[in-house]
Design a protein around this ligand. Sequence first.
Ligand code: NAP
Length: 487
Amino acid sequence: MTSTSVQPMSASGPDPTPFHTVDPYTGRSIAEYPYLVGEQIDAIVERADAAFEQWREEPVERRARILARTAEIIRERKDDLAALVTREMGKLIGESRAEVDLAADIFDYYAEQGPGFLGPRRIEVEKGSAELITEPLGVLLGIEPWNFPLYQVARFAAPNLLVGNTILLKHASSCAQTALELEKIVTEAGAPVGVYNNVFLQISDVERVVANPAIQGASLTGSERAGASLAEIAGRHLKKCVLELGGSDPFVVLDADDPDATLSAAAAGRLGNTGQSCVASKRFIVPEAIYDDFVDGLSRRFADLVVGDPSDPQTTLGPLSSEQAAQTLLDQIDDALDKGATVAVGGARPLDRGPDGNGAFIEATVLTDVTPDMEAFAEELFGPVAVVYRVGDEDEAIRLANSTRFGLGGTVFGSDPDRARSVADRIRSGMVWINHPTSTEPELPFGGVKSSGFGRELSDLGLFEFANRKLIRAFPAGSGTENAATG
Ligand code: NAP
């Protein structure tokens, strides 16, 4: 709580057990942090609310400059930030470095493009004028996950700070140090005290924050369980929420024209971030004629991975984010095997599991013969486990692609652009990528449908989720009141 003047423990509240962060490669504890309690939480909301009154009045160009400076500092600290992310959640160091760049790009995008999106929009009317202007809402709570500890925060913080909202950021407990660094960076970039507030909040205190009259909205990226809980609380207190939840993205292969490119994309789509991405390709749907070659090719790529220390650039398969995550995934694999699935490669824990044998590793795994009674069919597999299905025709492929409660992303691979496009149109999800695994760019909207959540982040859409699109309708004086009080 670097910029917090509130002391770590309150005399008035019970002292909750501090939480600690763990390096998933070694299983060793990194550091311990206290949760905020009772009145400390209220004090931070009050501080953010006071800051909002000033922040909203700043010219948008000043807010944009602070975002641009944030991007610069993130890039200046690339080595340290990447090492921290790798240590706290086990991401391969090359991927951590790429994430640093992406987070900086998001701050830059809103610094450069954001002000242009915020200008008034004129609506043609018969008499007088109508304008839609954009105003901030107030203090927001953002709850973010560990899997992309920098990118997820940038996605929420950058557009909202640009619009003029102030934020409380509750990061995943497992990446507390990254959370503190981000608060420090935004503050160093020039954000006044109270504009960006890291909060080490217990889940049981989320309602205390959301219920506070100063809070105008909440955004959560994470599991369905957490999303449903926040939505319930937000509903009870009539606060808007945006939810970015899980996914079980299909990867639909249409033909065998370029098997190497297809397999490389399939492996990359499944294994990026050690498979812990909401938009990872998770279900591979392959025509009968090329199914065997696809399973063999994917299995070979998975078997060739170099398991080891995520901070070593030679490593290509690191640990999962925690031992608990590894156990959950292993249970899902075991459930599938018990019910008759087949393992083409992997399926267990590797023999070498780091310096103390406690690393949260799982072998990269290809499962086949998965049926609807198995968890692997319906649940999100959050790690390096691919499920491959064989289908007879395009309609069956689309039926299978849509036979999930999730609707986040999806991929269609095929040589005929019209056919690929028509299949993309029939996939029920928030995003579909053609001839590329689902990915993200600052200027592209990101979000899902069905149990994957609601609302959008990034692009211009991300700017308006927590903004008041306010109508100003003006009539020349003396125009009369013929349409008064309808609606
Ligand atoms: P998680 O347990 O839901 O944690 C995510 C965040 O929510 C953390 O800050 C966590 O705090 C907090 N949280 C947990 N339970 C909560 C509750 N009942 N109320 C309010 N906040 C709560 O998620 P995870 O399983 O670690 O993360 C992976 C999930 O996130 C996957 O399902 C993945 O697909 C999804 N995800 C979605 C997107 C997207 O954009 N759609 C992006 C990335 C990840 P603590 O850490 O303190 O528990």
